[in-house]
Ligand binder design. Structure first.
Ligand code: G4P
Length: 292
């Protein structure tokens, strides 16, 4: 899976974040709960230094709940405070402020001891594009809409959004890029829709996804497409099988692979096939699925 996607301004944004990080007490990273590794940025640790860290597993509505629990435990073990959210449906987001206070409890206590109770703490939100940063910021800050833009040449004063008294967020989330050069990472990002379909080959993507599902979750395919998945079937064979069953034929009786590819990806992304987590913490099985 070769993703032809070259986001501009990476260096500029990174530099800006390195500046901004000095202004905050903690960093909150948002990842997609379905792909908690692929949706991370490889440079995040070096950018954050030793700032206290919070990890938000977002889109839990689309991920396998058992896998989300495993990921939460995994990040907690790394010393992070973890929050599970479905920002779109406002689930878990009301725990944001309490979790930040938990993360910074020693600092808050020191402030208290110095007679500075109520001193503002500041948090920066970071994550790859489309992971839900704006949705989450709007939720926790009670705003209607605000989309952080990453347009070249547009500079504006730094703004802070108040979540509650004494807790502010940097209003422009830090936009980072994932590790596109790793083919597995690219596949997971493309399958989940984190990158736009116009930069990937739809059929190639659907074949990879079919292979993954056929290998680990034939039942999900059998239930949805009413087919029997043959042992060791290739992704292409499965795509053809399901396309035929859905009657997606072109002249000559061949399966319209492009159409079936779009259907598969759409149904996977809208969880009609079930809720999947495509990655598990190291040393575990690769994919977990719950019937949708
Ligand atoms: P970004 O700032 O990180 O780029 O992401 P943004 O908040 O714009 O969210 C990207 C898309 O993901 C939005 O959908 C948003 O609604 C959706 N989203 C965010 N969090 C969640 C979540 O926890 N669960 C689900 N299912 N979706 C989430 P969109 O298609 O761009 O808009 P719309 O469908 O909301 O109109």
């Amino acid at each position: 899976m070769n993703i032809q996607w070259y986001p501009g301004h990476m260096t500029k944004t990174r530099r800006q974040m390195e500046q901004d990080i000095r202004l905050v007490d903690a960093v909150c990273e948002i990842v997609d709960a379905r792909i908690p590794l692929a949706s991370r940025n490889p440079d995040i640790d070096s950018i954050c230094g030793n700032k206290p860290r919070m990890m938000i597993l977002n889109r839990t509505d689309m991920a396998d709940p058992a896998a989300t629990k495993k990921w939460a435990a995994y990040f907690r073990k790394q010393g992070m405070i973890v929050l599970e959210t479905d920002a779109k449906n406002r689930k878990g987001t009301n725990q944001f402020a309490p979790k930040v206070r938990e993360l910074l409890k020693e600092k808050l206590q020191r402030y208290q001891e110095k007679g500075q109770a109520g001193r503002t703490i500041r948090v920066m939100i970071v994550g790859i594009p489309n992971v839900g940063k704006s949705t989450l910021i709007n939720q926790v800050a009670g705003r209607k809409s605000a989309k952080a833009e990453n347009r070249p040449g547009v500079t504006r004063g730094k703004q802070w959004v108040t979540v509650e008294r004494g807790l502010e967020l940097l209003d422009t989330p830090g936009i980072l890029w994932p590790k596109f050069d790793d083919p597995q990472v690219g596949l997971h990002l493309a399958v989940t829709g984190a990158v736009k379909d116009d930069v990937v080959d739809i059929e190639e993507l659907a074949i990879c996804l079919m292979e993954l599902l056929g290998k680990h979750y034939p039942n999900a395919l059998e239930t949805r497409y009413k087919v029997t998945v043959p042992e060791n079937a290739t992704g292409l064979e499965l795509l053809e099988l399901c396309g035929k069953k859905r009657g997606m034929l072109i002249s000559g009786g061949e399966v319209d692979l492009e159409r079936m590819s779009r259907v598969l990806l759409e149904e996977f992304r809208s969880c009609k096939l079930g809720r999947f987590t495509l990655e598990l913490p190291p040393d575990r099985e690769e994919i977990v699925h719950e019937e949708g």
